[in-house]
Design a protein around this ligand. Sequence first.
Ligand SMILES: Nc1ncnc2c1ncn2[C@@H]1O[C@H](COP(=O)(O)OP(=O)(O)OP(=O)(O)O)[C@@H](O)[C@H]1O
Ligand SMILES: [Mg+2]
Length: 249
Amino acid sequence: MSLRLVEVHKAFGSKQILKGFTLEVREGETLALIGASGSGKSVALKHIIGLLQPDAGEVWVDGRRIADLERSELYEVRRNVGYVFQFAALFDSMTVGENVGMGLRRIPGMSEAEIQERVRESLRLVDLPGFEDRYPAELSGGQKKRAGLARAIATHPKYVLYDEPTTGLDPLTKTVIDRLTIRMRKELNVTGVAVTHDMDSAYRMADRIAMLHDGRVRFVGTPAEIQKTEDRVVRGFIEGRPELVGEYQ
Ligand SMILES: Nc1ncnc2c1ncn2[C@@H]1O[C@H](COP(=O)(O)OP(=O)(O)OP(=O)(O)O)[C@@H](O)[C@H]1O
Ligand SMILES: [Mg+2]
């Protein structure tokens, strides 16, 4: 069981963003997806849950091709894929508990007591115990990110897609969130894809790192492998040296 994007092409108007993007995420691993701002990382993630459809190429989740699914089947797949949005995306008019419980209420046959218990458990896992009755406006940025993470894991998904879970946070909170990602894998056996700009974070939590460049996966390998690579574009990116990456000159 895995996530697979195969030769995915995606354009918006005349702007070609993905140009044959191929990536397999293996069961049980956490894969970090890196790449310049605007390179298409969020676009790639959105294909996995069918928020975007490829112009060409295929997306597979657990051996099922997303394009073949009926609407009800797509919802079933989405229940197995938690999505931590780049900008927390909590509903301001709802409490934290209601936000976290949203996906659970769509599961047929789940009692209110079971929902409350899951919400409690999810908030505990992200170190926000007892935050059920707060409103998003009462949370700090880091707490909002963690609440978004609690919502993504509440349904006990097999996969979690994290879109920049640590961007804009202080170094301590970053480390806490990285550890949470590691905990998701260890305690809930989650397979994860984490978009990040933070190389320290990628080295800490990822089993493998994939770099998106010019619409394709330019490199995929372990943290040790990427640190040794001779590829000048990859080196330029991870070391923050634009002179190595041609088009920034
Ligand atoms: N729904 C959309 N309609 C039109 N253009 C879009 C849409 N979504 C993304 N784009 C464009 O696709 C490109 C890639 O966007 P994307 O959000 O995937 O970048 P990213 O790699 O996630 O960047 P960042 O690191 O800044 O979040 C950008 O040029 C963006 O403007
Ligand atoms: Mg993005």
